[in-house]
Ligand binder design. Structure first.
Ligand SMILES: Cc1cc2nc3c(=O)[nH]c(=O)nc-3n(C[C@H](O)[C@H](O)[C@H](O)COP(=O)(O)O)c2cc1C
Ligand code: SF4
Length: 405
């Protein structure tokens, strides 16, 4: 069977064909001007669209907008809006690609979100590309609210909502106590809307074309399209836009693969036969990463590399990260090394239970999700390692790890 993998899975919405960044004139030719209509009408439209966040958790955007607007009214403080372009997930490229090719779509969405919550300040937070975005902003002389571009430190955690809020308030880019949430008290203690840049780009299109148009892609329960970063060995990672409900097998070559990582480093390994039955779905898509592990590579070793990185990224502020993640990463390295494993597997199961749900942010929970899925998906390979062998024949690492030694 020969599979073909076209780069276009639907009429493009966020990423127009080609690789040329759109300046404001091209942007207006492509999408038309953004109308600054009645915020209440727009809120209703967002509710009808069923838009959910594209930053990882898939939270309904309408509900977040309403709660930030209400917190603003209740506290008498104008909310702050933050476009989250941190993209701390090393395997993801979608937000950087979107900001590079269609910055004005994100900036339109930021203005619309600001209007809906009655914001008094707006930020665009990025790790890369700040200069390019500042020149895009300079073209936008009609924006009602000025936007400040903020450069974030490179880290897996800096895009977590409370880390962003703390950084924008003058502190470290590290997660803080989840209570009260940033939507109640965030940047400089004002109610704060943190929205992924892709979510804002969809918002800009919903504001132009309405909820019914948005729902022409996707499924009735998961409307719209989503940007995914697709990793296939031997090819550069690709960013594609696809409708929810599309079979995974149309996006990735499943033939000759052992498993698929969906969602990124806080995601889930899925054995290929199961992945072949899956369609794009917010419940597991996380940051939109899809990676095919070929049959000649070792998923235990790959997971061990990721876990070491995740353990090093933790801020070490809470017990689960300080004590749990390094131990878990070390134990996994034992499983990745062919030879005796002793009680490592039962230790891992026990430590996972102790770590889960105990951090100030979801970093430990996301890490444990990856551990559990690897223990199940690669159970046979782990048995083989216990007998001193590994079935993989190609030691080339698959997924990117920043500053890997
Ligand atoms: C450890 C960690 C890292 C995160 N990093 C990012 C990130 O780089 N970009 C992002 O948009 N969301 C990130 N998030 C999710 C944000 O906290 C937040 O939920 C999101 O930006 C909300 O936007 P959305 O509702 O549009 O998805 C991260 C969450 C966690 C727990
Ligand atoms: S759980 Fe980990 S990453 Fe999250 S705040 Fe605590 S120490 Fe930091």
């Amino acid at each position: 069977m020969t599979a073909t993998f076209p780069d276009l899975y639907m009429p493009p919405r966020l990423l127009a064909p080609g690789t040329t960044p759109a300046d404001l004139t091209t942007h207006h030719q492509r999408y038309g001007p953004l109308a600054h209509g009645d915020p209440e009408d727009l809120l209703r439209t967002v509710a009808e669209s069923g838009l959910t966040g594209r930053g990882g958790a898939g939270f309904p955007t309408y509900r977040k907008l309403v709660s930030v607007a209400e917190a603003g009214r209740r506290t008498g403080r104008a909310p702050v809006v933050v476009a989250n372009g941190a993209e701390g997930e090393p395997a993801s490229r979608k937000d950087k690609t979107l900001l590079r090719l269609s910055p004005h779509l994100v900036l339109d969405g930021l203005q619309s979100a600001a209007r809906m919550v009655g914001a008094g300040e707006a930020y665009l937070a990025v790790e890369d590309g700040a200069t390019w975005l500042e020149s895009a902003l300079a073209q936008r002389t009609d924006d009602p609210l000025p936007v400040k571009v903020v450069r974030l430190p490179k880290s897996f955690l800096s895009g977590q909502a409370s880390a962003l809020a703390q950084y924008l308030s003058g502190g470290a880019a590290l997660p803080t106590d989840p209570s009260p949430p940033v939507r109640e008290r965030g940047v400089h203690r004002a109610p704060t809307l943190v929205q992924n840049v892709e979510t804002l780009a969809h918002l800009a299109l919903i504001a132009r074309y309405d909820a019914d148009w948005f729902r022409t892609a996707g499924t009735p329960t998961q409307p719209g399209s989503v940007l995914c970063t697709v990793h296939v060995p031997g090819r550069e990672p690709r960013v594609v836009e696809a409708p929810y409900g599309m079979p995974l097998g149309r996006l990735l070559p499943l033939e000759g693969t052992r498993a698929v990582l969906v969602g990124g480093y806080h995601g889930t390994w899925i054995p290929t036969p199961e992945a072949a039955q899956l369609a794009l779905d917010t419940s597991y898509l996380g940051a939109g990463v899809l990676a095919a592990l070929p049959a000649d590579r070792c998923g235990v070793t790959e997971t061990s590399r990721i876990l070491r990185y995740l353990a090093l990224q933790s801020a070490g502020q809470c017990g689960p990260c300080l004590n749990g993640l390094p131990r878990i990463a070390t134990a996994f390295r034992t499983l990745a090394t062919p030879g005796p494993q002793g009680t490592t597997r039962t230790d891992l199961a026990r430590w996972s239970g102790l770590v889960e749900g105990r951090g100030a942010c979801h970093h430990p929970d996301g890490t444990i999700r990856l551990v559990r899925s690897a223990l199940t998906t690669f159970a046979t390979e782990i048995d083989t390692h216990a007998h001193g062998h590994c079935t993989a024949t190609d030691p080339t690492p698959l997924l990117p790890i920043p500053q890997e030694a």
